[in-house]
Design a binder for this molecule. Structure first.
Ligand code: OAD
Length: 233
């Protein structure tokens, strides 16, 4: 018999217990930089050197971080469910934990892409993490961080909506639900689909039916969720 399809939308909160700071817990600053200077198309045009330097720093920090028990708990659910993760995070902690199906809505820190051809993407090797506005890829293209900046479209959103629409169970973990279109995924489930939202400081979600809020950090919340799912089956 086919396993039920469990679709999970994760945000910065799932990586918080791995030591990676969330965005909105620090007054619009991201690691001490104004978010719009380092994560917007305008910011990149204004000061590409700063933006490259910022993502270089994030890559070095990411190499010091490890997946936590919440990332691993999602891998464990693959035994009983077809698990699909849609993450807003640019870190690779889901992959390093061992999750099979991970879709990155906002890009990936360990990758760079051509400035002129969004489909040309290279993966950085761990010994050469630093890029500058003069960095060229193997094909000769000028390269930029593979990050979906504010003011840019989110190319994976349609595929993400399709996945959520096929979910038998939908789980949201550690996101403030303020950045669209990702925040709207919770409205794309089929009617009657159970939704679980794990967050120690959850966003207000007054009009969403079948929603169970688990007000807890990701690691503890995943233990609670695993018990709830076991009770359902
Ligand atoms: P936010 O920083 O907006 O929200 C983080 C959420 O994680 C908040 O709701 C916190 O309450 C929650 N949180 C904090 N600690 C937690 C923990 N230990 N366990 C679980 N949850 C915890 O991050 P996102 O919603 O992911 O975009 O932000 C969305 C997008 O905005 C990001 O992908 C990024 C940013 O600009 C880009 O970089 C393009």
């Amino acid at each position: 018999m086919a396993k039920p399809k469990l679709v999970v939308s994760t945000g910065a909160g799932i990586s918080a217990e791995s030591g990676i700071r969330t965005f909105r817990d620090a007054d619009g600053l991201w690691e001490n930089y104004p978010v719009m200077d380092v994560a917007s198309a305008d910011g990149f045009r204004r000061n590409p050197a700063l933006v490259h330097q910022f993502y270089n720093e994030r890559r070095h920090a990411l190499l010091q971080a490890e997946p936590n028990a919440a990332h691993r708990a999602l891998v464990a659910l693959e035994k009983d469910y077809d698990v699909y993760i849609i993450t807003q995070n640019v870190d690779d902690l889901h992959e390093r934990a061992g999750s099979k199906n991970v879709m990155h809505l906002h890009g990936e820190l360990m990758k760079i892409r051509s400035v002129d051809d969004p489909d040309y993407i290279e993966t950085l090797d761990r010994d050469h993490l630093d890029t500058t506005p003069a960095t060229r890829g193997e094909r000769g293209d000028l390269m930029r961080p593979h990050i979906v900046f504010f003011q840019e479209p989110v190319p994976m959103i349609e595929a993400a909506v399709d996945l959520v629409n096929e979910a038998d169970i939908f789980v949201v973990i550690g996101t403030s639900l303020v950045v669209y279109p990702a925040a709207g995924l919770i409205n794309c489930v089929r009617p009657g689909t159970p939704i679980y939202y794990i967050d120690p400081n959850p966003a207000a979600t007054p009009t969403i039916p079948n929603l169970t809020v688990i007000k807890a950090k990701a690691t503890e919340g995943m233990e609670i969720l695993a018990r709830r799912l076991a009770d359902r089956s």
